[in-house]
Design a protein around this ligand. Sequence first.
Ligand code: ATP
Ligand code: MG
Ligand code: MG
Ligand code: MG
Length: 472
Amino acid sequence: MKTTTEIRSDFLEFFRGKGHTIVPSAPLVPANDPTLLFTNSGMVQFKNVFLGSEKPGYVRASDVQRCLRAGGKHNDLDQVGYTARHHTFFEMLGNWSFGDYFKDDAIVWAWELLTKVWGLAPERLLVTVYQTDDEAFEIWNKKIGVPAERIVRIGDNKGAPFASDNFWQMADTGPCGPCTEIFYDHGDHIAGGPPGSPDEDGDRFIEIWNLVFMQFDRQPDGTLLPLPAPCVDTGMGLERLAAVLQGVHGNYEIDLFRHLIAAAAKYTHTDDLDNKSLRVIADHIRACSFLIVDGVLPSNDGRGYVLRRIIRRALRHGWMLGQKGVFFHKLVPALVEVMGDAYPELTAKRELVEAALAAEEERFAATLDSGMRIFDEIAARSQGVIAGADAFKLYDTYGFPADLTADIARERGLSVDMAGFEVEMEEQRRKAREAGKFGNATSMPAELAAQLAPTEFLGYDRLTDGGLQVVA
Ligand code: ATP
Ligand code: MG
Ligand code: MG
Ligand code: MG
């Protein structure tokens, strides 16, 4: 069986052999892009290279990029625990051409790696191309020999959360282009249809690799300007690929996650290793730890609030497993065991990560239990919808972020009046402004915050857009 560690190095070795320079993962907090909350794909660190304003000294690169999709244009937080394939934090394997090779080599090498090096059965693979991309269709069909009925033409996403989208963009503006994607068929015993079908959101056909043909720079008014040179940007989810290569269906069944889930089970005293809450906790420990490694601390706004929300979700899942005290930070050593070699910065900051998590856990543990009791009372008298004022009370008095309340509500078949919640929030902000008070961005003890302040990733303080505040 291929371990996740072996898969990482296989990938890099393969592309090194094809003349690619191996580059390290960038941090989760984009170093020079105030338009973006988190690094959500491999291309983020190369944005200026695509735009032509930065010349890296190589035209082919390959990397394993840590990514977070828990806010901004790409947000999978609400999928975690509900699908077999989504994480908040995941690793993206990528290969890049900066004005060098294009569609042909990108497709040929992807196929070679999957079917020759790793030996995947071609008949389990299905590909999609952008609806008008005859060139990509021909390469798959004529050069590779994928039968036409296994090549699906897909258009633009029209906003449906799961609708396939073969025009990739990192954000609303910036480099983008048509893509071709490779899916793995996990078998007809699993519910779900092929991409482009009405039930494509199932977990039978799982998208493993996206090859983007980066050709345009989208302007704020929506127009597409050509990039200085066409580029290739590919991204393959390491965990999804590991599931395929390890012969399991879901990401949470791979070696790396089994290790984290075992630790979560140990510290929450849970016997049932398939319990959904263990999966959520295992997902969230990665996201939270790496956010802290990359300089984010729990706070009430911006990136720090995303971190706080993820931590509190994890703690609520622990609470559901009967864990009333602190437990979450105890998973950090298990995380270091499985990911510390690939990410030495995690090993280096291990104690700080533990301390930051423990501090935040203690804060929330004090109100979680009573908040859950209040939630039950509210739920009992709410008819289908939890009122904005109630969600606000849970937020303001018990520290329940609105999305946490919405997640608990969802489990019980209820929804939350988010617009009503926002009205209450705005009212609170108005009162705070009147009183001349400004929220203190960090909730960490000052000493700890000082220790955690990142030194190597400068430039956070330059972020000024849309109230985005980064604590560092
Ligand atoms: P999906 O349609 O399954 O949500 P996506 O189309 O949003 O995936 P891309 O933006 O194309 O994904 O990212 C490239 C690759 O990264 C995907 O093919 C997949 O292997 C992986 N990936 C994307 N999102 C996640 C996630 N939330 N967790 C784990 N892997 C992911
Ligand atoms: Mg997605
Ligand atoms: Mg997709
Ligand atoms: Mg995709």
